[in-house]
Design a protein around this ligand. Structure first.
Ligand SMILES: [Zn+2]
Ligand SMILES: [Zn+2]
Length: 141
């Protein structure tokens, strides 16, 4: 059960405890950024309490297994950082809908920014979120 989730944890040097495996399994299944509350709602009952979920997510983020997004919704969202699947997000500021943007044109910009910088030697990652109104919300106006 959940071998992929357990492998994921071990690949990132993390112990595959039952609550951790369950949390990663939810992230793998949902394939969208989740808040701690979304996670707790999706977990089988009594798998993890809120403190365990927070601690696990912190450990995951530190190990590079997930990254934390601030999409301006007043709560952090967490998403698996699968290799080769770097992407950005479109966010509806009215209903909170999130859509992935697979194209990334930031790399070239980042290279130029680094070349122009006098103080920085390396750039490691970036984040970019795009905010607007989705088609459903536009219709409701
Ligand atoms: Zn919307
Ligand atoms: Zn990018």
């Amino acid at each position: 059960m959940h071998t992929r989730a357990a492998d994921y944890l071990r690949d990132h040097g993390l112990k595959a405890t039952a609550p951790r495996v369950a949390i990663v399994a939810v992230l793998l299944k949902e394939k969208r950024p989740l808040s701690v509350q979304d996670l707790l709602d999706a977990l089988p009952k009594k798998t993890a309490d809120q403190a365990t979920a927070y601690r696990s997510l912190e450990a995951f983020a530190e190990a590079g297994l997930i990254h934390r997004l601030d999409l301006g919704q007043g709560k952090a969202l967490y998403e698996l950082s699968e290799e080769g699947e770097h992407h950005h997000h479109l966010v509806c500021t009215s209903c909170g809908k999130i859509e992935d943007v697979e194209d990334c044109e930031v790399e070239a910009f980042a290279r130029r920014a680094l070349e122009a910088s006098k103080r920085f030697a390396e750039l490691h990652h970036h984040s970019l979120e795009l905010f607007g109104i989705c088609k459903d919300c536009v219709k409701k106006r």
